[in-house]
Write a new protein. Structure first.
Length: 336
């Protein structure tokens, strides 16, 4: 027999963390019904739609069977900020009562819970005020997600993952560099699918549909690591713009390719750091490369495509060791 009929949890979930999940699960344990209010402000860095989507996915994956209510109103955040405590609690009481009036208890992990519950006319069930279960806050995660990685739900982790892609013409050390970086930072690795594809079909015999298949398959591999991997970083060897440049090297101007352009559209904005490797290292014939004298043109094509889409990138030159050290410095700077 559960203690309460209908309980509520209210928060920003900015972002949702395991402390929030523990609070909701305690409400579910003690209530026949649970309603969670997700309160967001337009000025906040993580938009409300994303946070509502996260809670929806979390609830679905755990079979919670709760009701989610997204509160989008511009609201005062503290009594001190508002200047009138009575009016502050009146506003926040109306927020709840105007949306759900069949509650009998509020669950919080906050010292203000008793006072707010009194204004609401509800019982207050306090949960882990001292944060002994999950000593974390949304602010701490936003400021330093990597140090608080264990407290972030799997559904939320993709948002905070850092994604690095290495681009460049043939024989510039892309695969070697990306492998070293993934090992150094203990990140997920997505290797170039085009190399695997051309083990079966020589690139010189490929048609436009082959390059489209490479782009789509590679994009699927990338998103699988971004969305499902537990690691904090993802390192990617080439992407759809590089595939398009290779297609044009082999076939000439192929015009508009919907599958490749869709992959480009999905990917750009995805990567936190784009590294473009220069051609100041020797060309090495590994049996799969066809353009020993066209690397300069190929590099220009890649950079032109990046500039055309206003995608920022970093030039990486020097010896293989220097490229690794320069890349590390850029990644360390990105990580703060």
């Amino acid at each position: 027999m559960k203690k309460y009929n209908h309980g509520m949890v209210l928060g920003k979930f900015y972002p949702p963390h395991k402390g929030h999940l523990y609070l909701i699960e305690e409400a579910i344990k003690h209530c026949r019904r649970v309603t969670v209010f997700i309160c967001t402000q337009p000025s906040e860095d993580i938009d409300g739609e994303t946070r509502f989507s996260w809670l929806s996915k979390i609830s679905q994956s755990r079979n919670w069977g709760i009701t989610l209510i997204w509160v989008k109103d511009e609201l005062p955040q503290t009594p001190e900020e508002h200047g009138d405590k009575e009016d502050f609690y009146r506003i926040w009481t109306n927020v709840v009562h105007s949306r759900q009036n069949e509650l009998d208890v509020i669950f919080t992990s906050e010292s203000y819970g008793d006072e707010y519950a009194e204004y609401l006319g509800l019982k207050h069930h306090l949960v882990d005020l001292e944060r002994t279960k999950h000593n974390v806050s949304g602010t701490a995660i936003r400021n330093n997600p990597f140090d608080n990685w264990e407290h972030i739900p799997i559904e939320v982790k993709p948002y905070f993952k850092k994604k690095v892609v290495v681009m460049g013409p043939e024989s510039t050390g892309k695969t070697t560099l990306i492998k070293r970086l993934s090992e150094h930072y203990k990140g997920d690795l997505v290797l170039e699918y085009g190399r695997e594809f051309t083990d079966e079909i020589p690139a010189s015999t490929m048609c436009e549909m082959d390059f489209e298949e490479i782009a789509v398959h590679h994009h699927t591999d990338i998103m699988d690591k971004v969305m499902n991997g537990e690691k904090r970083m993802v390192f990617v060897d080439t992407e759809a713009l590089t595939t398009l440049a290779f297609a044009e090297m082999y076939l000439g101007n192929i015009g508009y390719s919907p599958p490749i352009e869709d992959c480009i559209g999905y990917q750009w904005g995805l990567f936190d750091l784009v590294l473009v490797l220069g051609i100041d290292v020797p060309w090495i014939d590994d049996g799969t490369r066809d353009f020993p004298n066209d690397r300069e043109r190929h590099l220009k094509m890649i950079k032109d495509k990046l500039r055309g889409r206003e995608i920022p990138y970093k030039n990486i030159t020097g010896t293989y060791e220097e490229r690794f050290e320069i890349s590390k410095k850029l990644i360390d700077k990105m990580l703060g």
